[in-house]
Design a protein around this ligand. Sequence first.
Ligand SMILES: C[S@@+](CC[C@H](N)C(=O)[O-])C[C@H]1O[C@@H](n2cnc3c(N)ncnc32)[C@H](O)[C@@H]1O
Length: 264
Amino acid sequence: MTDNLLTDNPALYEARFPDPGRLAGRWAEDCLRRHGAGKRVLDMGCGTGRDAAWLHDAGREVTGADLSGAMLAHARAHHPGPEYVRADLHGFDLGHGRFDAVVCLDSALLYCHTNDQLDGFLSSCRRALAPGGLLVAEMRNGAYFLGRTDLLDTPRADEFAWRGTVHRSVTTLTVDRTDQLLRRRRVWTADDGSAPVEQRSAWRLLFPQELRHLLAAHGYEVLELHDGPGPRTEPPWQEGLLPGRTTDADRLHVVARLTCTTTH
Ligand SMILES: C[S@@+](CC[C@H](N)C(=O)[O-])C[C@H]1O[C@@H](n2cnc3c(N)ncnc32)[C@H](O)[C@@H]1O
């Protein structure tokens, strides 16, 4: 039994969520360029390291940080270039004013479940950023679930082949209104005779106006807040497309600039 089959098996994670065109890295780089960010980038919740390495190859000085030792080991072995360090999104200190930008991709930010954890993340980013530094994040949009149930409560079956074994998952998403969390229960089976694995995880249901308020309270100016196009929207973002203005669809993208380093 593992805590999280995908984050404990980074190669499986990449197979399950392929990004062959490195759209997430390209989109983040596009945001950084559009707002004139300096070279030093921290990728918080960097996972397998593929986006960190892409930003490194684009000429940036990148540090990738994650809590999962398995992810960090995979990143060092398979996506070299950046420095990889262990750090917790909920509160970290990697040096004052050391970065020109923090990127946080594919809902990593939503592993801050409580308000205290969100405050911890935003104040840690504020410490890590040089004045005028950018925060670029991409995640699920909590507002999508207001009045929509299409993704909820009904188990969804999926399967894919990895290294000669067919892996099947049955996933159920539910809304926990009290804790404002989207909870996921996923049961994995494989045709190699291994026992089923149940995995539970959750994301904060963060609403656009709530995010705007939190950012302002922590000394950030919101430059962009929209539901696409982005690397995981349909249709996906591509080079040359500009950010939209609505926050209605299922992904949320934010670019914010640190304007005040002394709030809180
Ligand atoms: C959905 S993955 C996204 C990975 C990567 N950003 C990407 O886009 O492929 C979320 C990542 O957040 C990491 N994570 C979860 N909780 C964390 C925490 N408290 N501190 C740091 N990383 C965390 C997980 O280990 C995982 O690598």
